[in-house]
Write a protein that binds this ligand. Structure first.
Ligand code: PHE
Length: 339
């Protein structure tokens, strides 16, 4: 038995030298010192020894066990240390490597101009009102004095969802919604996305953006409309800018006008941007039709109002000299980066 024990010790000490990771070490511990390990198996044979040899062998076995355990824990500590060393080395941060700049997003040109226009109108006491893009025919057309079969419906080629529901073709229904729930004075602008089934080209897109305005109160006149739009035009296009009203027709306003601003590029001389007229059309406007007020429960004998509507995309393009509306929707990063 002494021989067997000494052999186990010698073999184990030698085997341990060749172990280089913690799992191998654990396997070795189980194999040698575990419940079914070599040392335990030898000790099972103790019973067959003469009584006087047992304590001697027991002592030797214990000594071997504690030597091996000591050696094992030394080795474990050593391997752990080495592993930590290795990890630290691989995780070392080289502070001399040049940094990577995180890509910063920016505002879309439409958002920049929308924010600017909202600021201007907020400064004149307007509130911002919003409404759904999926709208009732009733609010998009009927209450705006555009009944079924009215030719104005053809001008606004409409995406219908069913007979009564459509994608709004302008933000005027937001004005209707506001008047239905709020009695005058009303002073709002309605920015938002609108839809018309137009073929795509440099100046048309089936999705575009409008800002419409509405003021309803006692004694509101065309003079108020002209004043507001003049201030607006000067703030957007520069203090030299002049405005011009041309007679026009909209079913929901009477009288109606189209409004031009003097060309900010050539200052009225005539250039390519203004088609050599010196003027650029930017919006439609007029005095709210009495029928529209009445539909919304507002007495046109007591109250009057004006409304206007403009294309945000067009104003953005004018401001930045962009010649194709499609650029606003393609989200090409090389284009967007310039703003
Ligand atoms: N709703 C009109 C359009 O989309 C614009 C407009 C608004 C004209 C208010 C006059 C008054 O074409």
């Amino acid at each position: 038995m002494r021989e067997k024990l000494e052999q186990i010790r010698a073999k184990a000490m030698e085997a341990m030298e060749g172990l280089h990771d913690l799992t191998q070490l654990e396997e070795f511990r189980v194999k040698t010192l575990g419940k079914k390990g070599e040392l335990t198996l030898v000790l099972r044979e103790m019973g067959s020894l003469p009584a006087e040899e047992r304590p001697v062998m027991g002592q030797l076995a214990n000594e071997i066990r504690s030597t091996l355990e000591r050696e094992l824990s030394r080795k474990t500590a050593e391997l752990k240390e080495a592993e930590l060393e290795k990890r630290l080395e691989s995780e070392t941060i080289d502070v001399t490597i040049p940094g990577k700049r995180p890509a910063l997003g920016g505002l879309h040109p439409l958002t920049i101009v929308l924010n600017e226009l909202e600021e201007i109108f907020l400064g004149m006491g307007f509130d911002v009102a919003e409404g759904p893009e999926v709208e009732y025919d009733l609010y998009n057309f009927e209450y705006l004095n555009i009944p079924q079969n009215h030719p104005a419906r053809d001008v606004q080629d409409t995406f219908y969802i069913n007979d009564n529901i459509l994608l709004r073709t302008h933000t005027s229904p937001v004005q209707i919604r506001t008047m239905l729930k709020q009695k005058p004075p009303v002073k709002i602008i309605c920015p938002g996305r609108v839809y018309r089934s137009d073929a795509v080209d440099a100046t048309h897109s089936p999705i575009f953006h409008q800002i419409e305005g509405l003021v309803v109160d006692k004694n509101i006149t065309m003079g108020d409309l002209k004043g507001v739009l003049d201030v607006f035009a000067k703030q957007v296009f520069g203090s030299e800018t002049r405005t011009r009203f041309r007679p026009h027709h909209f079913p929901f306003t009477e009288p109606s006008a189209e409004v031009d601003v003097s060309c900010a590029i050539c200052h009225g001389e005539g250039c390519r941007v203004c088609s050599h007229t010196g003027w650029i059309e930017i919006l439609g406007a007029g005095m709210v039709h009495p029928k529209v007020l009445r539909y919304c429960g507002i007495d046109p004998e007591v109250y009057s109002g004006f409304a206007f509507g403009m294309g945000l995309d067009r104003i953005t393009n004018l401001k930045y000299g962009i010649d194709d509306i499609r650029l606003l929707f393609e989200n090409d990063i090389r284009f967007l980066k310039q703003f």
